[in-house]
Design a protein around this ligand. Structure first.
Ligand code: NAD
Length: 334
């Protein structure tokens, strides 16, 4: 059995865990809050299967830390928060399950504000909103964040292509998108509209075929993705996809996508730096959805959403310049 220390530091040394179980609905939930001094924690709620509870705790902790960076770098008045729901074999009554989670969020009295993430849909957000006011992304306040996340990722990709490939247009730039879900599909749409040469990959063959029919794009099988040559690899599926094994095969020049924590470990940033593969940090370019959610929660007077999302282009350029000027890995300069 792997040995873990739950205080081993993914939370950047400051933060808390909140755990809740509700046997009636099958809910087993973990909320992680990182650096609460900055304000309430805003971050998504995901439903994922884990091999064991410790893996779920570690992922919640690492994601809360990333959310803290994301809020800070984009000037949002929040600390980092993430909710991880350990998916049961079957959710018998989905509405009751997410209502129970809403009640748990309410019991935290605003220390954590919940939002949409992987495995959670609009109806689920609406069910949570029946039980808590500490919630965004439900229908009455404007819905899902994914289109805004994709907009920011698209701007980040355009910035890194300009800086490192010296191209002011995406025309003919090869972009490989891993995962054509809520964000990946919107990113695909934007990249095709900009004239990029897009390649898609997803574990669901039906989605891949639909994209090929709709946009005339190429595809690769998930097992061949890391050895596929391309200008930009855009991870938009799950985290931790870039590890020693996958990086050994890697052919892309640039990594820039939506997935949170795509590096299995931060030390992989050094490997990428040594191989001159440009990595644009997730928390810089995938923040469009968080900015949208913050605007939903605090209102447009407090969060100038369009300016902040448009700023992702300049922020990406600035971080790339800092990294070059000081010989730092991009994580060190971000
Ligand atoms: P999603 O669940 O809608 O889509 C994920 C897609 O990836 C699915 O189509 C799935 O079939 C596919 N997939 C899973 N494993 C794969 C693999 N190994 N190879 C290829 N495809 C695979 O999720 P989403 O909301 O689009 O989010 C995508 C990623 O971006 C997640 O890591 C999420 O945490 C992150 N993110 C999302 C948002 C948002 O606004 N939704 C914001 C910030 C970050």
């Amino acid at each position: 059995m792997k040995h873990y220390d739950i205080f081993s530091g993914c939370h950047a040394g400051r933060g808390d865990f909140h755990l809740h179980e509700d046997s009636a609905s099958g809910l087993r939930a973990i909320v992680a809050v990182s650096n609460p001094d900055r304000g309430p924690a805003l971050g998504g709620c995901r439903v994922v299967r884990y091999e064991n509870t410790m893996d779920a705790l570690m992922e919640a902790s690492a994601l809360a830390k990333t959310m803290q960076y994301k809020s800070a770098i984009h000037g949002l008045p929040f600390s980092g928060g993430k909710a991880v729901l350990l998916a049961p074999d079957i959710i018998v009554d989905r509405k009751a399950y997410f209502q129970a989670f809403g009640s748990f969020v309410e019991s935290l009295s605003g220390r954590y504000i919940t939002a949409m993430d992987s495995g959670v849909g609009k109806a689920d957000m609406n069910a949570m909103a029946e039980r808590t006011t500490y919630v965004t992304n439900f229908c009455k306040v404007g819905g899902a964040p994914s289109a805004y996340t994709a907009k920011g990722v698209s701007l980040g990709i355009q910035a890194v292509v300009r800086y490192h490939l010296n191209k002011t247009s995406m025309q003919g730039v090869e972009v490989l998108i891993q995962g054509i879900g809520k964000v990946g599909y919107e990113l695909l749409r934007r990249m095709v509209a900009l004239g990029a040469d897009v390649i898609v990959s997803d574990v669901h063959e039906g989605i891949v075929q639909q994209c090929k029919r709709e946009f005339g794009v190429r595809s690769v099988l998930p097992c061949d993705i890391y050895k596929t040559k391309c200008d930009v690899f855009a991870p938009c599926a799950t985290g931790s996809v870039l590890n020693m094994k996958t990086l050994a095969l890697f052919k892309a020049k640039i990594i820039a996508g939506a997935a949170n924590n795509p590096l299995a470990h931060e030390s992989q940033a050094d490997v990428l730096h040594a191989r001159q593969i440009i990595y644009v940090p997730d928390y810089v370019i995938n923040a469009g959805g968080l900015i949208f959610s913050a605007r939903q929660y605090l209102g447009s007077k407090c969060v100038p959403m369009d300016d902040k999302i448009e700023n992702i282009f300049d922020l990406t350029l600035e971080i790339l310049k800092q990294s070059d000027a000081h010989g730092l890995t991009i994580l060190e300069s971000g």
